[in-house]
Design a protein around this ligand. Structure first.
Ligand code: CRA
Length: 828
C-alpha cells in the first residue's frame, strides 16, 4: 500500500509530467538516447530498422507510463475489470496508432525531419504481429483500443505465437505459404515479465481421496508440466488511459533436465525444453474451421490456465476471498477457443482453493460471458472425449459433473429426451465429444452474437433450446471497428478533410460524423472529397504495380474484395461477374461497362482445397484479362498477395466499391464492410451480418442490395435446390460457367477449375447460381450510378456520415452496460 502511495505521488508530480516528453525537443532527445544506448548506433550508421526500433522504444516507454498511471488508479479504487480472453489478436502496426494516441504525430515528424529522417520511412519498417486469422482477431484488437480509450479497466489475454499467420506468396498463380518470422528483428513493443509465470500441467491421471480434514479431495498427477511467461504490450487509448495485452509464451520449467545432462545424454536434456517451447510456436491458420488437433487444445488450455491463475493472483492481492471474484472481474470468452476456462476455473476454485462445488459454480457462472462468432457447423468446436480426457483428465471429470447436474435440471423442466440429448455438453452421436459452445453457454451469465441478424439466428436456431431455458441470458452486441486506426491513421487525406469541416470530435464522439450531412450538397466539399479518393487510389495503384507488376489506372472504378477466402464469402461469385463482363466485351457488347479494376486479397487456409482453387481461378482470370488488349483498357484483375492489417490500411482508403456478398445467414457480422464504408466506399451486399445494419444506417438508396434473404435461402433449400436447372435455363449464366472449364481460361488444362464448376452445378452449397442474376443486374446498376460522379460522391459522403454506430467505442459501451457492468476509471 505504501509503495502504491509513493508511485501515485510520483505520477502526479511535476517531474513525472515533464517526463512525458511530448515536445518536439523531448521526442528528439529521447529518440537519440534510445538509438545510442539501447540500439547502440549513431544516425549516420543506423539502418531504417535501427531508427524505427529507437523510436518505437521511446514511444513504448510513454505508453507504459500511461498504463502504470491507469493501473495505479484502478488499484486505488479496487475497480471491477474486464479480462478479454482471445486466442487471437491482430494488433496491426503499433507506431502510427501510438503517436496518434499520444497526440504527438506532428511533433515526431518534425523532430525526425530535423535529423533528416522521414517518419513515413520508419512507419514502413514495422512488421505487424499476425497473431490471428482474420475478423475475430482484429475485432479483439479493436476492442482493446476502445477499452483503453474509454478507461475501462481491462487486460487482453492471449498467446504469444512465435510464428503468426503464414506469409502468403503467389507462385505460378497458386497460394504458397511461408513462415511468418515477425520476431526475427526483435519486438520493441513488448516487455517480458519473467517474474509473472505460472505452471501448467498436462496429461497423467487423477487420484480421488480425502485430505487432512477428511474432506474429499482430488489430486491431478500430470505427466508433463511447463510454465507460461507473460509478455506485455501496452495498448494506448486515445489521449488518455493505457492497458496491456498480456500474451503467454510456453517454456520449460527448467531449461535443462539436469539428471539427463549429467548422465551425458545432452539431446534428451534439451528435448523437454524444445517440447515445452513448441506449444506456442505457431498459430493454427484455420479461420472458421476446426483443426481438431491435440496441440491446438493444448494451446487453448495453456493460455486459459495462465490467465486464470494470473487473475486469481491479482484478485487476492486486494480482496480477501475468491467468493467475490465475479464482483471484481468479468471474463469475456472470444468464441469457444478459450471455453475450457469454465472447467479450469472450477478446478482452481474447488481443487486448489478448496471451495465447495456449488459455491464455485455460482462464482464461475457469474464470471464468464461468451461471444459466439459463427454459426457455420464446421467451425463449432467439439473435442473428442478421448482426446480431452487424455490431455486434461481432471477437466473431463469436471465437465461430466457440470453436465450431469445440468441434465438433471433439464429433466426437471419440460424438455423432451431428444432436446436434452441435443443440449447435453456431450455429443453422443458417433464418437463422443464435448460441445464447447454448450460448455461456454452453460458456464456463462451472458451469451451474445455479433450483429442483430446473427444474434437472432443464434437464439432461434443454433442455441434455441438454451434461449428458451434462459431467455435473459441472450443478447446482441453488433461489432465495431477502431475509427482512429481505420480512418485517422490510415486515411489522413480524408480524415483531415473531415476534421476541417466538423472538427476532430469524431475521434471519440461517434455521432459527430453525422454533421457531414450538412455538406453533402457543398460542391467544393464534393470536389475535395473526390480528389482525396483519387489521391488514395494513386497510392494504391503504385503499390499494386510494385507488388504484382500490374498497372491499374486510378480513374477506374476500384471494386474491392478483400477478406479470408471462403466459399461462403463467395469470391467466386465476383469471378463469375468478371467473366460475364469479359465475354460481353469480347462479343462487342461492353459499351455500358465503366472501366473497372477488380482487386482481390485474402488468405486461404492451407488445407482448404476449394479456397486455394478459387485463388488460382482469380489469378487465371487476371492473366487472361490483363493481357488481352481488347479488354484490358476496360477491366483489370489483381490479386494482392499477403493481405494483412498493414496492407488493409492501404486498401480501404482507395476503394470505391466494397464487395460484401456472402450468402445471407452465413457471415456473422463482418467488419471489413464497416472499414470500407467508413472510408467512403459504397457497398454491394446481401442482407447478411452487419450489412443489414449498415444498410439501415446509410439508407437503402446509398447501398447496393441484392440477393436472397435468410428466409428465402431457407425456403429454397427446403424446396430442394437444383442448381443444374438454373444452368440449363439461363443461357448467359451457362456461357459463363462453361468458360470456367474452357481451354481459353485454363491455358489448356480444362480440369483445373472443374472442381469449382462441378461443385456449382451439382451442389452449389452457397447458392451462387441462385443469386447470380440479381448480382449481375445490381452490378449493371452500379456502373450506371458510377457514371454520375456527383451522385456517387454524395452517396459516399452519406455513407461516412452514417457510420457512427459501427465504432468499437459504441460496441464496448454496449458490452459495459448490458453485459459487464463495468465502469470506466479515467486518469487525467
Ligand atoms: N471469421 C465471422 O465470420 C465476424 C468475426 C468477428 C468471424 C465474422 O463475420 O465479423 O468473426 N467468426 O466477430 C469467427 O472467427 C470463429 O468464428 C470471423 O472472423
Amino acid at each position: 500500500m505504501q509503495q502504491n502511495e509513493t508511485i501515485r505521488n510520483y505520477l502526479s508530480s511535476k517531474e513525472a509530467q515533464e517526463h512525458l516528453g511530448l515536445t518536439k525537443e523531448e521526442i528528439k532527445s529521447s529518440f537519440l538516447e534510445n538509438l545510442f544506448y539501447r540500439i547502440g548506433r549513431i544516425p549516420p550508421l543506423a539502418s531504417n530498422l535501427d531508427l524505427y526500433s529507437a523510436l518505437a522504444l521511446a514511444i513504448r516507454d510513454r505508453a507504459f507510463k500511461q498504463f502504470v498511471k491507469s493501473t495505479t488508479e484502478i488499484a486505488r479504487k479496487n475497480a471491477k475489470s474486464v479480462a478479454y480472453f482471445s486466442a487471437e489478436y491482430l494488433p496491426g502496426p503499433h507506431l502510427g496508432m501510438n503517436l496518434l494516441n499520444l497526440g504527438i504525430t506532428t511533433e515526431t515528424r518534425q523532430a525526425l525531419e530535423e535529423l533528416d529522417i522521414k517518419l513515413e520511412d520508419l512507419l514502413e519498417e514495422e512488421v505487424e504481429p499476425g497473431l490471428g486469422n482474420g475478423g475475430l482477431g482484429r475485432l479483439a484488437s479493436c476492442y482493446l483500443d476502445a477499452m483503453a480509450t474509454q478507461g475501462i479497466p481491462s487486460v487482453g489475454y492471449g498467446i504469444r505465437y512465435e510464428y503468426g499467420i503464414f506469409k502468403q506468396e503467389i507462385k505460378d498463380g497458386w497460394q504458397s505459404e511461408a513462415t511468418d518470422k515477425w520476431l526475427h528483428f526483435g519486438n520493441p513493443w513488448e516487455v517480458v515479465r519473467p517474474e509473472i509465470a505460472y505452471e501448467v500441467k498436462f496429461g497423467g491421471k487423477t487420484e480421488h481421496g480425502q485430505d487432512f480434514n477428511k474432506e474429499l479431495h482430488v489430486e491431478w498427477i500430470p505427466d508433463m508440466k511447463l510454465k507460461g511467461t507473460a509478455y506485455d504490450t501496452p495498448v494506448l487509448g486515445y489521449k488518455g488511459n493505457g492497458i496491456i495485452m498480456r500474451l503467454w509464451r510456453s517454456e520449460a520449467i527448467e531449461s535443462f533436465d539436469f539428471s539427463a545432462y549429467n548422465g551425458g545424454d545432452y539431446y534428451r536434456a534439451v528435448e523437454k525444453k524444445i517440447r515445452s517451447e513448441n506449444l506456442t510456436k505457431v498459430l493454427y491458420p484455420n479461420d472458421e474451421n476446426l483443426s481438431g488437433k491435440e496441440l491446438r487444445l493444448k494451446q487453448q488450455y495453456f493460455f486459459v490456465s495462465c490467465s486464470l491463475q494470473d487473475i486469481l493472483h491479482l484478485h487476492m492481492l486486494q480482496n480477501r476471498s475468491l467468493e467475490t471474484l465475479h464482483e471484481k472481474f468479468t471474463i469475456q470468452l472470444n468464441d469457444t477457443h478459450p471455453s475450457i476456462s469454465v472447467a479450469e476455473l472450477m478446478r482452481l476454485l474447488v481443487d486448489r482453493h478448496d471451495m465447495e462445488w456449488e459455491r464455485a459454480w455460482d462464482v464461475t457462472r457469474k464470471t464468464f460471458a461468451y461471444t459466439n462468432h459463427t454459426l457455420l457447423p464446421e467451425a463449432l468446436e467439439t473435442w473428442p472425449v478421448s482426446l480431452l480426457g487424455h490431455i486434461l483428465p481432471r477437466h473431463l471429470e469436471i465437465i461430466y459433473e457440470i453436465n450431469s447436474r445440468f441434465l438433471h435440471e433439464l429433466r426437471d423442466s419440460n424438455f423432451s429426451g431428444e432436446q436434452i440429448a441435443s443440449m447435453s455438453l456431450i455429443d453422443e452421436r458417433g464418437e463422443p465429444s464435448v460441445r464447447m459452445a454448450h460448455l461456454a453457454t452453460v458456464g456463462s451469465y451472458k451469451v451474445n452474437g455479433v450483429s442483430a441478424l446473427h444474434s437472432m439466428l443464434l437464439k432461434n436456431q443454433v442455441l434455441s433450446d438454451f434461449a428458451s431455458l434462459w431467455p435473459e441470458k441472450f443478447s446482441n452486441v453488433t461489432n465495431g471497428i477502431s475509427y482512429r486506426r481505420f480512418l485517422a491513421v490510415s486515411n489522413p487525406g480524408l480524415s483531415n478533410l473531415i476534421t476541417e469541416k466538423i472538427g476532430d470530435g469524431w475521434y471519440t464522439r461517434l455521432d459527430d460524423l453525422k454533421k457531414l450531412e450538412n455538406f453533402v450538397e457543398d460542391e467544393e466539399f464534393q470536389q475535395k472529397w473526390t480528389e482525396v479518393k483519387l489521391e488514395n487510389k494513386k497510392v494504391l495503384a503504385c503499390y499494386i504495380q510494385e507488388q504484382t507488376g500490374i498497372s491499374v489506372a486510378p480513374e477506374m472504378l476500384f471494386d474491392v474484395h478483400v477478406k479470408r477466402i471462403h466459399e461462403y464469402k463467395r469470391q467466386h461469385l465476383k469471378v463469375l461477374h468478371i467473366l460475364s463482363l469479359y465475354l460481353r466485351i469480347k462479343s462487342g457488347n461492353g459499351n455500358e461497362i465503366a472501366p473497372c479494376a477488380f482487386i482481390f486479397g485474402g488468405k486461404a487456409a492451407p488445407g482448404y482445397f476449394m479456397a486455394k482453387r478459387i485463388i488460382r481461378l482469380i489469378t487465371a482470370v487476371g492473366e487472361r484479362v490483363n493481357n488481352d488488349p481488347e479488354v484490358n483498357s476496360k477491366i483489370k484483375v489483381v490479386f494482392l498477395p499477403n493481405f494483412s492489417v498493414k496492407q488493409a490500411q492501404k486498401v480501404y482508403p482507395a476503394a470505391d466499391l466494397s464487395e460484401q456478398v456472402s450468402l445471407a445467414g452465413k457471415e456473422a457480422s463482418g467488419t471489413g464492410n464497416m472499414k470500407f464504408a467508413l472510408n467512403g466506399a459504397l457497398t454491394v451486399g446481401t442482407l447478411d451480418g452487419a450489412n443489414v445494419e449498415i444498410c439501415e444506417e446509410v439508407g437503402e438508396e446509398n447501398f447496393f442490395l441484392f440477393g436472397l434473404t435468410t428466409a428465402e435461402v431457407e425456403a429454397v433449400k427446403a424446396e430442394g435446390y437444383r442448381p443444374y436447372k438454373l444452368y440449363e435455363e439461363n443461357a448467359r449464366l451457362r456461357e459463363v460457367l462453361d468458360f470456367l472449364v474452357s481451354e481459353e481460361l485454363s491455358g489448356g488444362d480444362t480440369e483445373l477449375f472443374r472442381p469449382i464448376y462441378e461443385n456449382l452445378l451439382q451442389q452449389d452449397p452457397y447458392l451462387l447460381l441462385k443469386d447470380y442474376e440479381s448480382y449481375i443486374n445490381c452490378q449493371d446498376h452500379i456502373h450506371e450510378v458510377w457514371r454520375n460522379k456527383k451522385e456517387w460522391t454524395k452517396k459516399s459522403i452519406l455513407n461516412v456520415a452514417n457510420m457512427g454506430k459501427f465504432s468499437a467505442d459504441r460496441s464496448i459501451r454496449d458490452y459495459c452496460e448490458e453485459i459487464w457492468k463495468v465502469e470506466p476509471v479515467r486518469v487525467s
